[in-house]
Design a protein around this ligand. Structure first.
Ligand SMILES: [Zn+2]
Length: 258
């Protein structure tokens, strides 16, 4: 089994460029069936690159993946990353294609530079932090509600709760969200050692658990990328609240750019 990719974004989400080394570069069609199934949306003549480390976020946890470019030592060679996925054994695969038809200089062991599409990452991070802020606001104003699902995808972002939330609750929830943003609270990342008892251990596995906290008000296991302070999210708008089979869904949005 190949060594897992070092997920640098978990420890430093501020990096937008990183020099690292190619571990593999191959056509999608030569990957294992399971790995190919991660790239169903792409043409089979595209390629898959793995590197020792990555700063590109792979799709998951309700957050869309990053896109970006990988440039080789030869400045002519540029690989456009359109999809990043993580395998169950921790390998992070960058799918895409070279942006020119020059000679392939992406060889195992060669040094490359990763570049993240920064505007997209910032938007995704603000959407993700907004979801956590809504979670904290709900814990304060409606602590009896249990969060069951979170989606931080542009245009589809929403938080789901067991139980009924009605439109008349909206002003109270919105006011608490606005207050948390205005307070410009720090959003911090910390790690719990393997074996530390946490609620939801079954869901997060046996290893170390990454905990994201909004101003110390919550302790949420999360592998996503966040902005450093709540004020950097800008205003969060609760769009609508819908109810179905005892589950309430609050859809939300943030401005694409601050
Ligand atoms: Zn999260």
């Amino acid at each position: 089994m190949a060594a897992p990719t070092e997920a640098v974004y978990l420890h430093d989400a501020s990096l937008r460029t990183l020099t690292t080394e190619i571990v593999s570069y191959q056509p999608i069609s030569s990957l294992s069936e399971d790995e190919q199934s991660l790239a169903k949306t792409l043409a089979s003549d595209e390629s898959a690159m793995t590197m020792r480390q990555t700063i590109l976020y792979p799709q998951g946890g309700g957050q869309l993946c990053d896109t970006g470019t990988i440039t080789g030592s030869n400045p002519e060679s540029c690989f456009e990353v359109s999809l990043v996925r993580k395998t169950p054994d921790g390998k992070i695969i960058h799918f895409g294609k070279p942006s020119n038809s020059g000679p392939n200089s992406f060889l195992e062991g060669h040094s490359v530079i990763q570049n993240v599409d920064a505007a997209k990452r910032d938007y995704h991070s603000r959407l993700h932090t907004a979801g956590h802020i809504i979670g904290v606001a709900m814990e304060i104003v409606m602590p009896e509600m249990k969060e069951v699902k979170a989606n931080h995808t542009p245009k589809e972002a929403g938080m789901e709760y067991e139980g009924l939330i009605y439109n008349e609750h909206k002003p109270l929830i919105q006011a608490k969200i606005d207050e948390l943003v205005k307070q410009d609270l720090p959003v911090t990342v910390s790690w719990l050692e393997a074996g530390t008892p946490v609620y939801d251990r079954a869901k997060v596995g046996d290893g170390p658990v990454r905990i994201v906290s909004v101003g110390g008000l919550d302790q949420t296991p999360c592998g996503g990328t966040h902005v450093e302070r709540t004020g950097l999210v800008g205003s969060i708008n609760i769009r609508k609240i819908t109810r179905k089979s005892g589950i309430s869904r609050m859809s939300y949005e943030v401005a694409k750019e601050l």
